[in-house]
Design a protein around this ligand. Structure first.
Ligand SMILES: *[C@@H]1O[C@H](CO)[C@@H](O)[C@H](O)[C@H]1NC(C)=O
Length: 327
C-alpha cells in the first residue's frame, strides 16, 4: 500500500517532468514587424555608460534605426552624424520583449521555467566601438538573474555566454560543453561583475566572421536543471534541421553538446532560485572604453565613436526570426 502510493506521487511529481524535459512546442514566432509588436523601445541613458544614446520608437523610425520588412528585422546605430563631444552619444536602439518568458504548468517550483529561445540572423553589428548583445534579464537585477546569450566588443570574437546572479551561484569548473569556462562565480558583486562566462571556441560565432558566413543560429534553453546555449554558423552542417527550419516542435535532446552549459547543482547554484521570469533584450551599444585599445582600435573609444559615423555602417543586427518554445 505504502509503496504503491509513494510510486504514484513520485510519478506525478518527478517522473513526468523528466519525460517532458526536452520537447518543446513553439509558442511565439517573430519575423519582420512582429519584432516591433512584441518588443518596446527603451529610450534610456546607457546603464553601462557607453558612448550611446538609446532612442524611442519615433526617432528610430525617422532615422531608419529599426527597419522591418519580410523576414528582415534590422536594428542599427546612426552612421550619419559626427557627434558633439559635449552632447549625448551615438543614437542607437535597445528593445525589450513585452513578455516575460517562463512556463508554468503546475504550481510547483521545479516546473517553473522551461523554455527555449531560438533565433537566426544574417548579420550582427561589427566595427570598433560596437557592443552588441542579445540577452535576457529578470526584474530587480541581479536577484532574478541575467543570461547573456550573445555578447562581445570591438569585433573581438568568439562569442561569450555569461550568467550574472546574486551571491551564491557558482558553476562546476569541469563540465561538458564546447566552449571554455572563463570564471565560475556568477555573483555580480565579485570580479567587477564579470559573471560566470563561457568563451566559445568557434570563431564564426561573432562579429565579422559571423557575418562572413551569413550569420547563424543561437538558441537558449532554460529549465530549473540547467541553462544551455547553442550556436551553429550558417556554414555548420551539423545544425539540427528543426533549428534551421524553425520547426514547430523541437527536442533539445537532439541538439548535441551545448556550447555553454550552466547546470543547477546542490552545492553550486540553484538555477530555480537565482533565475526568475526573463525579458529578452536586444541592443547595439558602445563599449565603455576599457578594452577598446587592447582590441587594436584607433584613437580612443569616445573620440572614435564621436568622429567616425561611417564606421557604424556595419553596426547592425539583421534578424530573420526569433522563436519561443514552451514545454
Ligand atoms: C532602411 O534600412 C533598410 C535596411 O538596411 C534599407 O533596406 C532601406 O533602404 C533603408 N531605408 C531608407 C529610407 O534609408
Amino acid at each position: 500500500m505504502f509503496s504503491r502510493t509513494y510510486y504514484l506521487i513520485n510519478s506525478v511529481l518527478f517522473i513526468a517532468p523528466l519525460v517532458l524535459g526536452a520537447s518543446y512546442t513553439q509558442s511565439d514566432s517573430l519575423t519582420g514587424t512582429g519584432f516591433l509588436e512584441s518588443f518596446s523601445y527603451q529610450a534610456i541613458p546607457d546603464p553601462t555608460n557607453g558612448r550611446v544614446n538609446y532612442v524611442d520608437a519615433t526617432t528610430a523610425a525617422e532615422n531608419n534605426l529599426t527597419y522591418a520588412s519580410g523576414n528582415h528585422f534590422v536594428l542599427r546605430a546612426d552612421s550619419g552624424s559626427v557627434l558633439n563631444p559635449n552632447g549625448p552619444g551615438r543614437n542607437s536602439v535597445r528593445i525589450q520583449s513585452n513578455e516575460q518568458y517562463m512556463t508554468s504548468f503546475l504550481p510547483m517550483s521545479f516546473l517553473r521555467s522551461l523554455w527555449v529561445l531560438a533565433s537566426t540572423f544574417v548579420h550582427m553589428p561589427q566595427g570598433c566601438g560596437t557592443w552588441p548583445a542579445v540577452w535576457t534579464v529578470g526584474e530587480d537585477w541581479p536577484n532574478n538573474g541575467e543570461i547573456d546569450v550573445l555578447e562581445g566588443v570591438n569585433d573581438q570574437g568568439p562569442n561569450q555566454a555569461t550568467l550574472h546572479t546574486s551571491a551564491g551561484c557558482t558553476m562546476p569548473a569541469s563540465r561538458i560543453e564546447k566552449g571554455n569556462a572563463v570564471l565560475n562565480d556568477c555573483n555580480t558583486a565579485v570580479n567587477s561583475n564579470a559573471g560566470c562566462g563561457v568563451k566559445f571556441v568557434d570563431t564564426t560565432s561573432y562579429g565579422p566572421t559571423f557575418n562572413q558566413y551569413g550569420g547563424g543560429w543561437y538558441a537558449l534553453e532554460m529549465t530549473d536543471s540547467a541553462i544551455k546555449v547553442w550556436f551553429w554558423s550558417r556554414s555548420d552542417t551539423t545544425v539540427p534541421s528543426e533549428v534551421s527550419g524553425g520547426s514547430t516542435n523541437v527536442d533539445t535532446d537532439n541538439w548535441g553538446e551545448p556550447t555553454a552549459y550552466f547546470p543547477s547543482t546542490s552545492s553550486g547554484c540553484n538555477i530555480a532560485s537565482k533565475f526568475g521570469p526573463q525579458n529578452i533584450v536586444i541592443n547595439r551599444g558602445d563599449w565603455a572604453g576599457n578594452v577598446y585599445a587592447a582590441s587594436g582600435c584607433p584613437s580612443t573609444c569616445v573620440d572614435f565613436v564621436n568622429n567616425n559615423p561611417s564606421a557604424f555602417e556595419d553596426a547592425y543586427f539583421d534578424f530573420e526570426w526569433l522563436k519561443i518554445y514552451a514545454a
